[in-house]
Design a protein around this ligand. Structure first.
Ligand SMILES: NC(=O)c1ccc[n+]([C@@H]2O[C@H](COP(=O)([O-])OP(=O)(O)OC[C@H]3O[C@@H](n4cnc5c(N)ncnc54)[C@H](O)[C@@H]3O)[C@@H](O)[C@H]2O)c1
Ligand SMILES: O=c1ccn([C@@H]2O[C@H](COP(=O)(O)OP(=O)(O)O[C@H]3O[C@H](CO)[C@@H](O)[C@H](O)[C@H]3O)[C@@H](O)[C@H]2O)c(=O)[nH]1
Length: 329
C-alpha cells in the first residue's frame, strides 16, 4: 500500500517524500504545482499533477493506487496574503480538506497526518504554548487551518478517519546534501530572505519592528528543521498505524530566537556580513511564539536533532548557494 502526499512538490512536502522513500514506503504525490516544483519530487514517487479540490483528480489517484494513509501539505500559507484575500484561504485550504476527506471516506482510507500551524493559536497568553491552550487565530490562514482540524474531528467521530494534526512552528533549513530546499516565488520567510543578502540578490534585510516586549525588541520564534519535521510525520504515521486515537501535537524545539539573533546566526553560518535596516512592525506578527513539544516528545518519541540556529541556517545556505534560482538552475 502507498502513502498519498498531497502537496508533495512543495518545500516541506518534498522533504517528506524523500524521508518516506528512504524509509522504504511507496509514495504517491498529488500537487497542482501552484507553488511546488515537479523537479523537487523524488523520482521513485508516482506523481499526479492535480488539484485536491477536484473530485475527478482525487478519484483517479484513489482508484489507480491502494492508499493506506494521507499526509496533507497542500495549502496556501502566506499570513499577510490571507488578510487581503481571505476567501482564497477558505477555498483552497478549508474546501480542499472537505473534498479530500470526502474521497478518503469514499475509498475507505482511515489515516491522515495534517500540516497545521502555530497560527491556530493567535496571540498566545503565555509561552511555551501547550496544545490545550486556547486557539484564537488572528488571521484567515490560521482560521482556515483550525477549521480543517475541526472538520477532521467530526469526520473521525462519524466515519472513523483517524488524524494527527501537527502544529508546526517556524520551519527552516534543507536536506543535508542540499539537493532540495525552500524555493518560494513569493518569499516571505525570514531565513531565505536573510540569505538573499549574502547571495547578492538583495541589498539588506529589513527587521520588522524593534519595539516588541522582548529582550532586544525584535520578534521571537521557535525554528524547527524541515528534516526533524519529516521525522515527526513518520512517527505520527506509525502512531496511527498502531491504532492510536486522533491527536494534536506542537512541533518546535521549545527555544525561541529573536530576529536579531537569527541574523547573527546567519552571519556565523555564512561567514559573511549581512546588512540590516530597521523598519516598522509587520501587521499580525505576535511578539513571541514558542512551542512546548513535550507531548510530541513523550507520545511520539520525537526529539529534534537540530537545536543550533547556526546549524539549521548552514543547511539552508548550502541549498541556496548551490541553487540561487531555486529549481530553475
Ligand atoms: N513553512 C512553514 O514555516 C509552515 C509553518 C506551519 C505550517 N505550514 C504548513 O505546511 C504546509 C506546507 O508548507 P510549505 O512551506 O511546504 O508550502 P509550499 O507552498 O511550498 O507547499 C504547498 C504545496 O501544495 C501544493 N498545493 C497547494 N494547493 C493545492 C491544491 N489545491 N491541490 C494540489 N496541490 C496544492 C503547492 O503547489 C505546493 O507544492 C502548508 O500546509 C503550510 O500551511 C508551513
Ligand atoms: O523580511 C523579514 C521577514 C520576516 N521578519 C520577521 O521574522 C519573523 C519570522 O517571520 P516569518 O519567517 O515570515 O514566519 P512567521 O510569520 O512567524 O510565520 C511562519 O511560522 C508560522 C508558525 O509560527 C506559520 O504559521 C507560518 O505559516 C509561517 O510562515 C517575524 O517576526 C517577522 O516579522 C523580518 O523581520 N523581516
Amino acid at each position: 500500500m502507498a502513502i498519498l502526499v498531497c502537496g508533495g512538490a512543495g518545500y516541506i512536502g518534498s522533504h517528506m517524500v524523500y524521508t518516506l522513500i528512504n524509509n522504504g514506503e511507496d509514495v504517491v504525490v498529488i500537487d497542482n504545482l501552484q507553488t511546488g516544483h515537479r523537479a523537487s519530487v523524488h523520482e521513485k514517487a508516482k506523481f499526479y499533477e492535480g488539484d485536491i479540490r477536484n473530485t475527478a483528480d482525487l478519484d483517479k489517484v484513489f482508484t489507480e493506487n491502494d492508499i493506506e494513509a494521507v499526509i496533507h501539505f497542500a495549502a496556501n500559507s502566506l499570513v499577510g496574503e490571507s488578510m487581503q484575500v481571505p476567501l482564497k484561504y477558505f477555498n483552497n485550504n478549508t474546501c480542499g480538506m472537505e473534498t479530500l476527506l470526502e474521497a478518503m471516506v469514499k475509498y475507505d482510507v482511515k489515516k491522515i497526518v495534517f500540516s497545521s500551524t502555530a497560527a491556530t493559536y493567535g496571540e498566545p497568553k503565555r509561552v511555551p504554548i501547550l496544545e490545550t491552550d486556547e486557539t484564537n487565530p488572528t488571521n484567515p490562514y490560521g482560521e482556515s487551518k483550525r477549521m480543517m482540524e475541526k472538520m477532521m474531528k467530526w469526520v473521525d467521530m462519524a466515519n472513523g478517519v483517524k488524524y494527527v494534526s501537527l502544529r508546526y512552528f517556524n520551519v527552516a533549513g534543507a536536506i543535508e546534501d542540499g539537493h532540495i530546499g525552500e524555493a518560494h516565488t513569493t518569499e516571505t520567510h525570514l531565513i531565505p530572505i536573510i540569505l538573499q543578502v549574502p547571495l547578492g540578490k538583495r541589498d539588506h534585510i529589513t527587521v520588522f519592528g524593534t519595539d516588541y516586549p522582548t529582550p532586544d525588541g525584535t520578534c521571537i520564534r521557535d525554528y524547527v528543521h524541515v528534516m526533524d519535521l519529516a521525522d515527526a510525520h513518520m512517527k505520527a504515521l506509525n502512531y496511527l498505524r498502531q491504532g492510536n486515537e486522533s491527536s494534536i501535537f506542537n512541533l518546535g524545539t521549545g527555544e525561541g530566537f529573536s530576529v536579531k539573533e537569527m541574523i547573527d546566526a546567519a552571519e556565523k553560518a555564512t561567514g559573511l556580513k549581512i546588512k540590516v535596516e530597521y523598519g516598522q512592525r509587520r501587521a499580525g506578527d505576535p511578539a513571541r511564539l514558542i512551542a512546548s513539544s513535550e507531548k510530541a516528545q513523550k507520545i511520539l518519541d520525537w526529539h529534534p536533532k537540530y537545536t543550533s540556529m547556526e546549524d539549521i541556517i548552514k543547511t539552508a545556505w548550502k541549498w541556496h548557494q548551490t541553487h540561487p534560482n531555486g529549481y530553475e538552475d
